[in-house]
Design a protein around this ligand. Structure first.
Ligand code: NCD
Length: 310
């Protein structure tokens, strides 16, 4: 399987076999991700991280992944210190980055920005989140988490709850879960339902999914509860945000009706949607999930930029 030089703009750029190949390599990357073994697989390679939106895990885990493989990183985490403030276009910023680095990781507030960057760049572009669009590397680490924590992906009933309209992680994840044949239950306030184009795709591809109104009613049958933050920054009207703020909360009382084996995931950051008391309970996996971003991004970078060795 040859990933050399490929872009990753949408999770739909990858086949099921591609995804499994990446996840298998990520499993092999675990000792290096933990720092127990050293690797020079990407010695001399440079990654540019262009972050036009806030990020903690995505940017830091890309940087850690690159450095654990002996490569190095340039970039910015706040475009206010760059020529963007002088009016430079995204296309020109990308052209500069490709002349300094071997691959570009881009996060941007506008849907479609990663596609535009990939069109302008001859070097591989990895989408680290484009507005309310997609977040494919988050999906890879979400799938890796489910595999590591539940053994396999297909046989699970996976509940996606929260802001399904603006949440890019759940858009990418829905496409992938349907590819794997998992059963999906969508729970969201009426104004934050999954976009019609994602639902049509699930229908057209025979994805197993249903929409439920109450979180309480679906908890007993759930194997994975994937919680998301209401994406405050994407609401055109602050009044609309106030109407759904705090619309749901996962706490120990809710989880009392869950299977013992249920795992709770969240791409993070969380605000109020998961009570801190859940952190120390048997269901919490969101911190493990955040760590898994390192081996998964190592695998991806090694395949795109190197020889697929760790
Ligand atoms: C998510 C994102 O940026 O889409 N965070 C992440 O990458 N782990 C989720 C969010 O911001 O709510």
């Amino acid at each position: 399987m040859d990933f050399t030089g490929r872009d990753l703009v949408s999770i739909r750029d990858l086949s099921k076999d591609d995804i499994l190949f990446i996840l298998d390599l990520a499993a092999k990357a675990m000792p290096v991700a933990r720092g127990d073994r050293r690797s020079r697989a990407l010695d001399g390679r440079i990654l540019a991280t262009l972050f036009f939106e806030p990020s903690t895990r995505t940017r830091l885990s890309f940087e850690t992944a690159m450095q654990r493989l002996g490569g190095s990183v340039i970039g910015f985490s706040d475009a206010s210190g760059t020529s963007v403030t002088k009016g430079e276009t995204l296309a020109d910023t990308v052209r500069m980055a490709e002349s300094y680095a071997d691959a570009i990781v881009l996060r941007h507030p506008y849907e479609g920005a990663a596609k535009l960057a990939a069109d302008f760049s001859s070097k591989p572009v990895i989408n680290a989140g484009d507005g309310a669009g997609q977040h494919p590397t988050q999906t890879l680490l979400d799938l890796f988490t489910i595999r590591m924590e539940k053994g396999e992906i297909a046989e699970n009933n996976i509940v996606l709850v929260g802001d399904l309209k603006y949440g890019r992680t759940v858009h990418s994840l829905s496409y992938a879960l349907s590819l794997f044949g998992a059963s999906i239950t969508l729970v969201a306030p009426p104004t934050l339902q999954m976009p019609p184009e994602v639902l049509s795709h699930l229908r057209e591809t025979g994805g197993r999914f249903n929409q439920a109104e109450s979180l309480e009613s679906v908890i007993p049958g759930a194997d994975v509860l994937y919680v998301t933050r209401i994406q405050k920054e994407r609401f055109p009207d602050p009044e609309e945000y106030r109407k759904v703020e705090g619309a749901f909360r996962v706490d120990n009382a809710l989880l009392a009706n869950a299977k013992r084996s249920l795992i709770v995931m969240h791409p993070l950051p969380r605000v109020t949607e998961i009570a801190p008391e859940v952190d120390s309970g048997p269901h919490c996996r969101y911190f493990n999930q955040a760590f898994y971003g390192v081996p998964v991004r190592m695998a991806l970078l090694s395949l795109i930029l190197g020889k697929g060795e760790i």
